[in-house]
Design a protein around this ligand. Sequence first.
Ligand code: HEM
Ligand code: HEM
Length: 176
Amino acid sequence: MSVKDSAARYGAVSRVLHWGMALLLLWQFLGAGARLLLEDTPIEAFFWSTHKPLGFLLFALIWLRLLWALLNLQRRPASVGLPATLGHLGLYALLIAVPGLALLRQYGSGRAFEPFGLPLMAGFDGKIEWMTNLGNALHSWLGWALLVLIVGHVFMALLHRHSAGHTDVLPRMWGK
Ligand code: HEM
Ligand code: HEM
């Protein structure tokens, strides 16, 4: 399989990023779901404990993915239509906004943040209210909106595969 994308299929880098991030997001939403529904249980403690560092990792990966998508824009498989293009753009926008707003809130809180031991935010005395307010207002709602969009994305991929007259797009991203 080629490293770069081609008109017929996504290449190795796009696929590793797509499926790797999908697995990390699955874990991330298990944690968010446990926080919402199973508060103060060992299940929440298990899944939720990685939420911040993993969220930071996803934030770093989405920029790599965006860069790779732009470099491969001319050779990627053609979109099956405007709704697909808009759906993919929406996924990118939320994959930047959701962790981005949480990181902004984290910075504004004045608390130190060291994902994977990396000294990312040193922390300071006080608080930057507009940053924490923005994150409080939007992070979890947009997070759940991202999950809805992902469910729609998977549904459409399967619908295209099993409907007569539709282009089966799954082999572009999975298998040969
Ligand atoms: C967390 C979950 C997921 C996210 C965030 C996601 C996001 C995306 C994005 C942004 C694209 C556009 C190509 C790119 O830039 O990488 C894409 C393509 C694709 N995804 Fe997903 N995806 C997810 C899970 C899945 C799953 C579970 C399936 C399996 C049915 C799937 C099937 C596909 C297919 C077949 C394409 C190629 C579509 C085409 O070329 O028209 N995705 N995905
Ligand atoms: C792609 C990455 C991320 C996704 C998909 C995501 C998703 C979510 C979701 C759905 C919730 C709501 C849970 C509930 O209803 O109880 C949530 C809450 C939360 N997230 Fe994230 N998150 C991500 C990244 C981050 C990052 C990077 C941080 C911090 C650095 C963070 C910190 C928090 C905190 C503190 C909460 C609880 C407060 C609140 O509901 O806003 N998240 N996240």
